[in-house]
Design a protein around this ligand. Structure first.
Ligand code: PGA
Ligand code: ZN
Length: 399
């Protein structure tokens, strides 16, 4: 979507889409029916043309809060299901980009102000499983986290070297190096822990074992069936899943576990947090859906200690920033994230620096939709020069 402001500056935004969407996300409007196998967005486009465009005409693009408030009022529903969160988000992000362009400043500075200079530690999803690959692995994501690098660009080099070493090692084992939705390899490995071991072996061979940690996104809702977790051919209770993470945290350099339990399992989430939350990042994605009400509930119940931030889960930039602010005010970390279905849009790279949250999850260093975000972060790092800060291990709590 494009927005033009007085003076001719234009902002363009594309919205992403997820494959393992949480039940509590804002609604992405699709057409249904037969064309595009039901995935068409002509209704959302019509809503942009016939409702959003006339409503935003004359509104001050510099006032993002007012723009987003106008969008919320126009939609009128709690989950943006009338206009579609996809239609609303495109307008919200395109406004910010147009306003930044009109002001002649980069997006990260427009949103984050003069203090914005913290580059995120990237968590690169180098082995894909679950809903993002059609292989034998149940956990959705296994990430290499180059937290031991000195700068963002060095971190990227470390991760790329691990990624390509992993390709060689998988190939030597006769395993597939075709990639999944987020650009990571999708081999038929025999178990969850063998995926972690494969990354550690690649890191060792690449000479980076001390510079990296491991993060995982099991996306546990996806294998939570009839009240139990179906993993590696076994059926596990919530308590047994917590035991499993405790064991992984003991044996592997684990920094972060996202959606380790299903999205409505508040009681087991609480035991997970009590048991491991002190020294391990526990991220709520499907659990919190970038929604301040769900996050507030988590804070009150002592559930998780970090939030995954996806702009399209909530649908406007202002609400996204509100979720991040609430998290940080309560000692929760925030991780800016892409979706499995991405575009060339690089807004989230700027958003990571603007908010200074210190972490981003945007896939493997493969496929242009992922690489585009890393390239944008490299540009920002270069522009910041000696002002740029790379938080490294400090971005994580460690036990
Ligand atoms: P999705 O997955 O974009 O397919 O929902 C990403 C994630 O679970 O973090
Ligand atoms: Zn997730």
């Amino acid at each position: 979507m494009e927005i033009e402001v007085d003076g001719g500056a234009v902002g363009r935004a594309a919205v992403p889409s997820g494959a393992s969407t949480g039940k509590h996300e804002a609604l992405e409007l699709r057409d249904g029916g037969e064309a595009w196998l039901g995935k068409g967005v002509s209704r959302a486009v019509r809503n942009v043309r016939e409702e959003i465009a006339p409503a935003l005409r004359g509104v001050d693009a510099d006032d993002q809060r007012a723009v987003d408030a106008a969008l919320l009022e126009l939609d009128g529903t709690k989950d943006k299901s009338r206009l579609g969160a996809n239609a609303v988000l495109g307008a919200s992000l395109a406004t910010a980009k147009a306003a930044a362009a009109a002001a002649g400043v980069p997006l990260y500075r427009w949103v984050g102000g003069a203090e914005a200079r913290v580059l995120p530690v990237p968590m690169l999803n180098v082995i894909n499983g679950g809903a993002h690959a059609r292989n034998s692995i149940d956990f959705q994501e296994f990430m290499v986290v180059p937290a031991g690098a000195e700068t963002f660009s060095e971190a990227l080099r470390v991760a790329v070297e691990v990624f390509h070493t992993l390709a060689k090692q998988l190939d030597a084992r006769g395993l597939s190096t075709a990639v999944g939705d987020e650009g990571g390899f999708a081999p038929d490995l025999p178990s969850t822990e063998s995926a972690i071991e494969a990354i550690l072996q690649a890191a060792e061979a690449a000479g980076h074992r001390d510079r990296i940690g491991i993060a995982t996104d099991p996306a546990a809702t996806e294998f939570f069936v009839d009240g139990a977790y179906r993993l590696d051919g076994r059926t596990l209770s919530g308590d047994e899943m917590v035991d499993l993470y405790a064991d992984f945290a003991d044996r592997f350099p684990l920094l972060s576990v996202e959606d380790g339990l299903a999205e409505d399992e508040w009681t087991s989430w609480r035991s997970l947090t009590e048991r491991l939350g002190e020294g391990l990042q526990l991220v709520g994605d499907d659990l919190f859906v970038t929604n301040v009400e769900r996050l507030q509930q988590g804070i009150e119940q002592g559930v998780a200690n970090a939030i995954l931030v996806k702009v399209n889960q909530i649908g406007t930039l202002s609400e996204t920033l509100d979720a991040i602010a609430l998290a940080r005010a309560n000692g929760y970390a925030a991780v800016i994230s892409h979706r499995s279905g991405e575009t060339e849009d690089t807004t989230i790279a700027d958003l990571a620096v603007a908010t200074g949250v210190g972490q981003i999850k945007t896939g493997a260093p493969s496929r242009s939709d992922r690489v585009a975000k890393y390239n944008q972060l490299l540009r920002i790092e270069e522009e910041l020069g000696s002002e740029a800060v790379y938080p490294g291990w400090d971005a994580f709590r460690r036990g």
